[in-house]
Design a protein around this ligand. Structure first.
Ligand code: ADP
Ligand code: MG
Length: 322
């Protein structure tokens, strides 16, 4: 079902057509757009854009919400086990919907493994924790994942191996995981935008993974001169991901590379790529590092309501576990 865009103030049939062509297919897309985005469409002035956005916000019931409403929205938050009970504890119960969780770390520290395990666990009811009063059992049981793979490291064989170790059907996991290989940042951004369409088409997408968030941007936008353009695009990408999390009660997981940052007191420190743009958009931020043998250490260093903490887990052929 599509919204009738001509219900918006100042929008006639021809403007509606242009909006739809530009991807603004419903009220919510327009309500959450910026004026700058809408004036990119031919024939839409700043004033008209502002009017449309305000009109769409009214129709979508976007605006001030009371604390009670927010608390109710929070009640529909559901959680997905990472496979490690220590890591779940640090997250107060697992990966959280309506949020973006970031795993950053050096090559080989296990970011892609954590992402694969999440796809597998999504198909195992006992790894999902939800309040049935606020989210339907059907939604949880038939949940699907989207895996945007920018580094070419998604491995169906690994999914099957992890699934079999848990006694679940690997093919069911693969059937319920849409994988999109993004070779550049434009494809990556487009795939994220397409998730909305999948949902509109009736696919029950509840987990969205971008592995990794920054590698394409980093390759394409080199040098200081390109930095602001890169950050702008990254910001738009993050806002698409944020909306998916918020409006569709999805878990969003992103992985990130790190770079070395010289620090006056501690020598060289590692930091996640993407600066403030990623920092402000991600809700939970982890650093992953290798421990002894198959052990890994995940450190939560940024979260709106949880204390900083560390978890130790293992990566073996079975997947992520204690
Ligand atoms: P990142 O994405 O952070 O670069 P990965 O998630 O790809 O790193 O982690 C790779 C590591 O995961 C390997 O070095 C290995 O330690 C472990 N690993 C990957 N596959 C398996 C497997 N089938 N069995 C055991 N360990 C594995
Ligand atoms: Mg990886």
């Amino acid at each position: 079902m599509t919204d009738n865009l001509t219900d918006l103030p100042g929008v006639g049939p021809s403007t509606a057509e242009k909006l739809i062509e530009g991807g603004y297919i419903d009220f919510m897309k327009i309500a959450t757009a910026t004026i700058g985005e809408l004036v990119d469409i031919e024939g839409i002035s700043e004033k008209a854009a502002a009017k449309m956005i305000m009109g769409a916000r009214d129709l979508c019931d976007l605006g001030f919400k009371s604390g009670v409403d927010l608390l109710n929205q929070r009640k529909s938050v559901w959680r997905l086990s990472t496979g490690s009970s220590e890591l779940d504890d640090v997250l107060a119960g697992g990966l959280e919907s309506q949020s973006i969780t970031e795993f950053a770390g050096l090559f080989g520290c296990g970011k892609t493994q954590v992402a694969h395990q999440a796809c597998v666990n999504l198909q195992s009811r006992e790894n999902i924790f939800a309040d049935e009063e606020h989210i339907s059992e059907e939604e949880i049981e038939n949940a699907k994942a989207v895996y945007i793979d920018t580094e070419g490291t998604f491995r169906p064989e690994r999914i099957i191996q992890m699934a079999e170790a848990m006694g679940i059907d690997g093919n069911k996991v693969l059937d319920n995981t849409f994988v999109a290989r993004a070779y550049n940042s434009d494809m990556q951004m487009l795939f994220a935008e397409k998730v909305e369409e999948l949902i509109k088409d009736g696919e029950n997408i509840k987990l969205v993974i971008v592995d990794s968030l920054t590698s394409t941007f980093r390759n394409e936008y080199t040098g200081r001169g390109k930095l602001s353009e890169r950050q702008q695009k990254l910001g738009r990408h993050m806002s698409v991901l944020n909306k998916l999390a918020d409006l569709h009660n999805c878990i969003v997981m992103i992985t990130n590379q790190v770079s070395a940052k010289p620090d006056a007191f501690f020598g060289i420190q590692e930091q996640a790529i993407g600066g403030n743009i990623v920092g402000h958009a991600a809700t939970f931020r982890f650093f992953l590092r290798k421990g002894k043998g198959d052990k890994r250490v995940a450190k939560l260093y940024d979260s709106p309501h949880l204390p900083d903490a560390e978890a130790i887990f293992r990566i073996t052929e079975k997947g992520i576990h204690d």
